[in-house]
Design a protein around this ligand. Structure first.
Ligand SMILES: *[C@@H]1O[C@H](CO)[C@@H](O)[C@H](O)[C@H]1NC(C)=O
Ligand SMILES: *[C@@H]1O[C@H](CO)[C@@H](O)[C@H](O)[C@H]1NC(C)=O
Ligand SMILES: *[C@@H]1O[C@H](CO)[C@@H](O)[C@H](O)[C@H]1NC(C)=O
Ligand SMILES: *[C@@H]1O[C@H](CO)[C@@H](O)[C@H](O)[C@H]1NC(C)=O
Length: 660
């Protein structure tokens, strides 16, 4: 009897302990992705049927994960999960979404897509992953979506694409990868896809071989190559030859040479073999190697781009099966007039009642029902010509016109804009508060104008701006605090302007990941107060400035050396003094750069540089080894200590009751 009662009280203690443990650990287990809650999706998201197609809009429903929502059963539908702060996609997140034909995951914070995350999406044709923080496309990323035709992953931080990432995507026609950090395409990456549109603008690609890459994209009707640092050596002959043999009705963006320096800025197509091969480097590739003829490229059934090696030397240029001239890739960075291609077959027409400014073309995008207004190159002289004003426009392209001035009233009906393209106009100055009601704007293009000066008032109100393009202006001066009103700014292009200096703390509080100030007039740039404010950097371009390699530049050199390895940067070449002309700053020894250092072996130049820790959103991978203990481990260990304390505190009472 005594034994039983003591046992009971012991059990009681144990129960309490277990309860305490569960209570304490709930905050951690609540992040478990497999929580049970299931709600009808249309009770949480807005569902709208347009022309018998269902649009399920789950924008900004961040409290629910997709697998907690029960999808519509019967109809095919478009699924929009933009702006939900998603960071990781776990396997089987969309398992039951078997009838989704498009999935919008743009504008989240996705850093990691675990293998099998898209399993179940067997009807999916379009996948949008744009504006996230993805670093890699893995071999198992796209498992289970074998019907995919359109993949958009622009504006990420993608550096690597694993071999075979697209191997199962036999139907993949449109691939949008612009504005990432890709430096090379793995061998045979497009072998099993059937690409008609490929956009790789704004990456770090230097060359594109025939074998393993070009041989597999013979069916392409649009290929965008701009803004890559093409290395115009013999290795690029195959690309040149391939481009020359593409039919005229195919849109090919220009490849402009970046290296070697004597070919800098030249169009690849205007170089010749002697120039390309003058270095004597690279393989002496035979220009006779041409794209395979179409008849022999697509022989295997099921859309495989099966190809035998003897076809490689075929000399007939490919005949394109889809000679649609106006096809265009729909992406954030549109350069030419882009009509939606026929590929995007589930494009909805603009409802007839939607007003569209008479000089423009308007399109709705199926995924977010947003209107895209295209007024490029319409000889506009003022925004006031845009009548009637469209309703709920998301994108407005007025680039390539003759606009000299913009006023606040010009944007009166455009509060919902996500993208505003004012590039290649004749703007010389921009008044304060002009954009102050564009609080949703994320991308602003002002490149190719004649802007001379930037001041804080210009950018008032742009709280959500992430991408700001100001390249190719005549900017001489940037006033202090200019970027302060943009706490989300990630990308800033100031290249090809006339800047000589930057004010102190110009980047403080601005989470820039990419900064381009190449081709300006910088001779010197301070670290303290300027560069050391760049805490989230992934890419910086300082090339093409007349750097004065004297003592003043030692701090810059040390800063560059301290940048973590993942940060992409360009060469920093000295212009003066003459003995260092054209020499890479980082190759100069500190004592050579600044002989004073030898006489005064103090820490004068090494100490003022604050320890640079890059707390990028890229997570612990980039944090320096031996850095602070991760928060999760800290919490866990505190928890363990707490539990032990409680246990020790309860234990005596248990034994006490036993002795009674
Ligand atoms: C998918 O649907 C099945 C049956 O309708 C259900 O048992 C299962 O829990 C669902 N899975 C998810 C992840 O929602
Ligand atoms: C360009 O290619 C040549 C030949 O392959 C190579 O030697 C050189 O280092 C490359 N340049 C750059 C900037 O990578
Ligand atoms: C887009 O295509 C239509 C026909 O489909 C054509 O009338 C129009 O001119 C094109 N617009 C542009 C900007 O190319
Ligand atoms: C800007 O927004 C405010 C408040 O919504 C409104 O009163 C004002 O008229 C707007 N200004 C312009 C120029 O549209």
């Amino acid at each position: 009897m005594k034994y039983i009662s003591s046992l009971r009280s012991f059990c009681h203690c144990l129960k309490m302990f277990v309860w305490l443990f569960l209570f304490l650990s709930t905050p951690i287990s609540s992040t478990n992705p497999d929580s049970e809650l299931t709600l009808e999706i249309c009770s949480v998201c807005s569902c709208l049927s347009v022309e018998n197609v269902l649009y399920v809009n789950c924008e900004k429903v961040a409290v629910y994960r997709p697998n907690q929502l029960k999808p519509p059963q019967s109809n095919f539908y478009h699924l929009n999960f933009q702006n939900n702060l998603l960071i990781i996609l776990y396997p089987n997140t969309f398992l039951n979404f078997t009838h989704a034909v498009s999935l919008q995951l743009g504008n989240n914070k996705l850093q990691n897509i675990e293998g099998g995350a898209f399993q179940g999406l067997s009807a999916l044709k379009q996948l949008h992953l744009n504006n996230n923080e993805l670093k890699v496309l893995r071999a198992d990323t796209f498992l289970g979506i074998e019907n995919l035709e359109y993949l958009q992953a622009d504006y990420n931080l993608i550096k690597y694409i694993e071999r075979g990432a697209f191997n199962k995507l036999h139907k993949l026609k449109v691939l949008i990868l612009n504005d990432n950090l890709i430096s090379a395409l793995p061998d045979n990456i497009f072998r099993f896809a059937s690409l008609t549109h490929l956009d790789i603008r704004g990456n770090r690609i230097q060359k594109m071989p025939y074998i393993g890459v070009l041989e597999h994209i013979g069916r392409v009707v649009e290929l965008q190559l701009e803004d890559n640092p093409w290395n115009c050596t013999c290795d690029l002959l195959p690309l040149k030859a391939w481009l020359e043999n593409m039919p005229y009705n195919i849109y090919i963006g220009e490849a402009i040479c970046e290296t070697p320096s004597d070919l800098y800025g030249r169009l690849l197509k205007e170089t010749n073999k002697q120039e390309l091969c003058s270095m004597g480097t690279g393989s002496d590739f035979d220009v006779r190697i041409l794209p395979p003829s179409m008849e022999t490229t697509f022989t295997t059934p099921g859309g495989h781009t099966g190809q035998t090696s003897q076809n490689r030397l075929a000399t007939k240029p490919p005949k394109t099966t889809n000679p649609s001239k106006n096809s265009g890739i729909v992406s954030g960075k549109s350069v030419s007039n882009h009509n939606l291609s026929q590929i995007v077959s589930f494009q909805t027409r603009v409802p007839p009642l939607t007003p569209c400014p008479s000089p423009c073309v308007c399109k709705t995008h199926p995924s977010d029902l947003g209107l895209s207004v295209n007024c490029q190159e319409r000889n506009l002289e003022s925004m006031a010509e845009l009548v009637p004003k469209p309703i709920n426009a998301k994108k407005l392209h007025v680039n390539g016109n003759y606009i000299k001035q913009v006023e606040q009233a010009d944007f009166a009906e455009f509060e919902g804009l996500d993208l505003l393209h004012l590039g290649s106009n004749q703007l010389t100055m921009i008044q304060g508060n002009v954009f102050c009601n564009l609080t949703n704007l994320r991308r602003l293009y002002l490149n190719g104008n004649q802007i001379e000066r930037l001041s804080p008032e210009i950018f008032n109100g742009l709280h959500n701006l992430q991408y700001l393009y100001l390249e190719y202006n005549v900017i001489r001066e940037i006033l202090g605090g200019t970027f302060e009103s943009m706490p989300n700014l990630q990308l800033l292009y100031l290249n090809n302007n006339l800047l000589r200096s930057l004010p102190a703390y110009i980047f403080s509080g601005v989470p820039l990941a990419r900064l381009n100030i190449r081709n300006n007039h910088f001779m010197y740039l301070p670290v303290s107060g300027v560069l050391d404010q760049l805490k989230s950097l992934t890419q910086i371009d300082l090339e093409g400035n007349p750097w004065d390699c004297t003592c003043d530049l030692v701090a810059l050199k040390l800063w560059l050396e301290k940048l973590s390895e993942g940060i992409v940067m360009k060469e920093v070449k000295c212009e003066t003094p003459v003995q260092f002309a054209n020499i890479e700053l980082r190759s100069l020894k500190n004592e050579v750069l600044c002989p004073k250092l030898v006489n005064k072996p103090s820490t004068q130049y090494t100490s003022p540089i604050p320890a640079i820790t890059f707390t990028t959103p890229l997570g612990p991978m980039k944090s320096p080894p031996g850095g602070p203990v991760p928060l999760s481990i800290l919490i866990l260990s505190i928890l363990v200590v707490l539990i032990l304390t409680v246990f020790v505190a309860f234990l005596p009472s248990c034994f006490c009751s036993e002795t009674k």
